[in-house]
Design a protein around this ligand. Structure first.
Ligand code: ATP
Length: 278
């Protein structure tokens, strides 16, 4: 134990795990994952996961490749529904309600979630259309002035307005990679979601764009429950208040990010966060 704590101090310095202002405050429980197991046909990908996710917090899912992080992320908004022969047991409660209850309409449920993928994937249409499309489709805005205001609000919140306000009619795909990813964040929040799910959103970006994205995530935290998958331990330490470490489909450790990085309870988690395997 001594060694772990001693090495934990080292980790603390290396990863710049800071105290997160406001993390002593107890935030509202948004999602409860209760004993969730998941199979792709015969292959079990998740084994008895129990985990709470909170409003106004970033929770990082960490762990080696294939440990089930993306599977769990996709269970949260029922994206795995589309996969044939997939099966889930256990419960996921969003604001206390079972998301898999028979009366839940999956498209309506998915609107409560914004999704940001690994690679920036704007529609090959204008910057304006990228933001307006979902909100128009769902009837959240109708008139032109409402749509203009929504586009501006989302781009401002994604920290992109000043950079694109004079080229709203230009293709979103003409922006730089970092700008495209912020456009995708703006698009993700355009339908007024409550939870943001991000699957390695910085992995295809250069360090400056990644830093921009991390600042953005920190700002967005005030308004959303955010779950992010990352393989970058420095990033996890910088942006998340909670972390969940997975291994071979099991949740091995979860808790305050600082504790996970500085005082990991298991050797497995210690070895992972210190980069002994990946
Ligand atoms: N559509 C699928 N069909 C069958 N097996 C799958 C499918 N998607 C994932 N798996 C398997 O389920 C397990 C968990 O995969 P998952 O993608 O959730 O892991 P991960 O931790 O997100 O990995 P990575 O960090 O590489 O993205 C892996 O063994 C994977 O091969």
């Amino acid at each position: 134990m001594q060694t772990v704590v001693a090495q934990g101090r080292l980790i603390d310095q290396q990863l710049h795990v800071g105290s997160h202002p406001g993390h002593d405050v107890t935030h509202r429980l948004k999602i409860r994952v209760d004993n969730v197991s998941f199979w792709y046909g015969e292959k079990q990908a998740l084994d008895g996961i129990t985990l709470d996710l909170y409003d106004q917090e970033v929770t990082a899912f960490i762990g080696p490749s294939g440990c089930g992080k993306s599977t769990l992320l996709r269970c949260l908004n029922r994206m795995n529904d589309e996969i044939r022969e997939a099966r889930m047991t256990g419960q996921i409660l969003l604001d206390g309600e079972n998301i898999n209850a028979p009366d839940v309409d999956p498209p309506f449920l998915r609107r409560r979630f914004g999704w940001v993928a690994q690679k920036p994937n704007p529609f090959p249409r204008s910057v304006y259309y990228n933001i307006a499309y979902g909100a128009l489709l769902h009837g959240l805005v109708r008139r032109r002035d409402e749509t203009d205001a929504l586009v501006r609000r989302c781009l401002e919140r994604a920290g992109l307005w000043d950079e694109v306000k004079d080229r709203l009619d230009k293709p979103g795909t003409d922006l730089s990679g970092g700008q495209q990813q912020r456009l995708c964040v703006a698009r993700a929040i355009s339908t007024d979601p409550e939870v943001l799910l991000m699957d390695e959103p910085g992995s295809a970006l250069d360090p400056v764009s990644t830093a921009h994205l991390e600042e953005l995530i920190e700002e967005l935290r005030e308004h959303y429950c955010i779950v992010i998958i990352t393989h970058n331990m420095q990033e996890a330490a910088r942006i998340s208040q909670r972390a969940a470490f997975f291994h071979l489909g099991k949740l091995v450790e979860q808790g305050d990010t600082k504790d996970i990085f500085v005082r990991p309870r298991t050797q497995l988690c210690h070895d992972y966060v210190t980069g002994r395997y990946g």
